[in-house]
Ligand binder design. Structure first.
Ligand SMILES: [Zn+2]
Ligand SMILES: [Zn+2]
Length: 451
């Protein structure tokens, strides 16, 4: 197999691979880099123009895997696109939101090429997308040869898929973003157990030491205790979350805790895309039974929209704020709420997933109590008096789990993707020290690798 990484930043970000297997050419994922803007955030899709692409496959609906998909059609107009059934139900909603965000950024940052695509482009794209059920093999034929493609649930978010390709008895497996442990609304990954020849794996948490005693339920318990303590003390809690997946998971956990009496019945606030996606995930639950989320959770908690915030001033009603974005990107609801909670000692900000160190969320985690925290776009700083706590409820498997999954598959060749250089290097070293010592490849942007 020849694999070419089309992501210009070569780290995490605009995930997009060209995969060549005999006569077959596939594109896997077509994302945008959340840390960049304009064309710099995009994979270099013009490099696909000389290829006849047989199929594009999207592993899941986070924008670092999906966000550039409408632009793919401008370079490879007639390409067919496959994704899991839940992803097919949700991807247009994610992309329409992305158009709105780009329109806003065009005004705020004068990015003249934004939006990179229109709402109409998404409607056109939708006609070229078809769903594949988990575990059902799709066969492509070309020049008398056959390629088998099977998607398996990867646990990370609703609809997220690992991809198995079989060509001439060679088995290649792409993990996509993966979580092996069960969440309250979604089972962990259900990957095949048989050996593979080539394993292309994510490495998101490679630079983070895994706690051998880690237990997700204990972590949930600690989060709930922290919420309980803060609300009972008259303070507010902010949980910054990704709109897709994490928000609905946290809502569900909070709802269950309220029913059990583990946390007080207090106002719950949220807003934006995540509330809308809750409706979609409710529908996916009803139609596919691939997750277990109901909007009843939101109705019973009487979730209210976030409004009337003034930076540096206390919120008018204390409560629990479950708001996107997870990394507190500027101008998002979680960032705005933080500007009202952070200067007051009675409040707590609870991070539940990964924050890039360059984002406002990442910087807040590095701020010591009493130090001033700068809200960059507001050009205002406030002293950090609220508690900042971190809970490991990540949507990604830890490095030990991934290593043991990888070694059990006995691959001859491993490709390390979707991670910062430190994260990939940790895995490279771990494989070098393993008994089987597979060939390890860390792809460089635009350089075809034989794997
Ligand atoms: Zn993801
Ligand atoms: Zn990702």
């Amino acid at each position: 197999m020849i694999l070419t990484d089309l992501n210009p930043s070569n780290g995490m970000g605009a995930n997009c691979f060209l995969v060549e297997l005999g006569p077959f050419k596939l594109v896997i994922d077509c994302g945008i880099n959340p840390k960049e803007m304009g064309v710099k955030a995009m994979p270099e899709l013009h490099r696909l123009e000389d290829h006849r692409i047989d199929l594009a496959i999207v592993t899941h609906c986070h924008l670092d895997h999906l966000g550039a998909l409408p632009v793919l059609l401008k370079h490879v107009p007639d390409v067919e696109i496959a994704m899991s059934v839940p992803s097919q139900m949700i991807f247009t909603r994610m992309l329409h939101n992305s158009v709105n965000v780009m329109k806003r950024q065009r005004e705020e940052h004068y990015i003249k090429e934004y939006p990179l695509y229109s709402h109409d482009d998404i409607d056109l794209l939708a006609k070229q997308v078809y769903p594949i059920m988990f575990g059902k093999t799709k066969r492509l034929q070309k020049e008398g040869e056959e390629l088998e493609i099977t998607l398996y649930s990867s646990g990370h978010v609703v609809g997220a898929a690992g991809i198995e390709l079989v060509y001439k008895h060679r088995r290649i497996f792409f993990t996509g973003d993966v979580l092996f442990t069960q969440q309250s609304i979604l089972n962990g990954a259900k990957f095949p157990k048989h050996p593979v020849d080539t394993l292309v794996m994510e490495t998101t948490r490679g630079a983070t030491e895994a706690d051998p005693y880690y237990n997700r339920n204990e972590e949930v318990k600690s989060l709930l205790e922290c919420i309980n303590h803060t609300l009972n003390g008259g303070g507010s809690v902010l949980i910054p979350v990704f709109a897709f997946g994490r928000m609905q998971e946290i809502m569900n956990l909070v709802h269950q805790a309220r029913l059990r009496g583990d946390i007080p019945i207090s106002p719950v606030f949220s807003s934006g895309l995540g509330m809308d996606l809750a409706d979609y995930i409710d529908k996916i639950t009803k139609r596919t039974e691939l997750c277990t989320f109901s909007t009843k959770v939101i109705r019973e908690m009487r979730v209210k929209p976030v409004k009337n915030l003034r930076p540096g001033k206390r919120v008018s009603m204390p409560g629990l704020y479950i708001c996107s974005s997870g990394m507190m990107v500027q101008h998002t609801p979680s960032w705005r709420v933080a500007a009202s909670l952070l200067p007051f000692h009675e409040n707590t900000i609870c991070f539940v997933g990964y924050c890039d160190p360059d984002t406002q969320g990442g910087k807040l985690q590095q701020t010591k109590p009493g130090e001033k925290f700068l809200f960059e776009q507001l050009k205002k700083d406030f002293p950090l008096r609220a508690r900042v706590r971190k809970f490991d409820l990540s949507g990604h498997a830890n490095r030990d789990e991934l290593m043991s999954f990888a070694l059990d598959r006995e691959p001859r060749s491993v490709v390390l993707t979707h991670g910062d250089p430190d994260a990939r290097n940790w895995f490279a070293e771990a494989f070098a020290n393993a008994v089987t010592q597979p060939k390890v490849t860390i792809p460089k942007s635009f350089e075809p690798c034989l794997v």
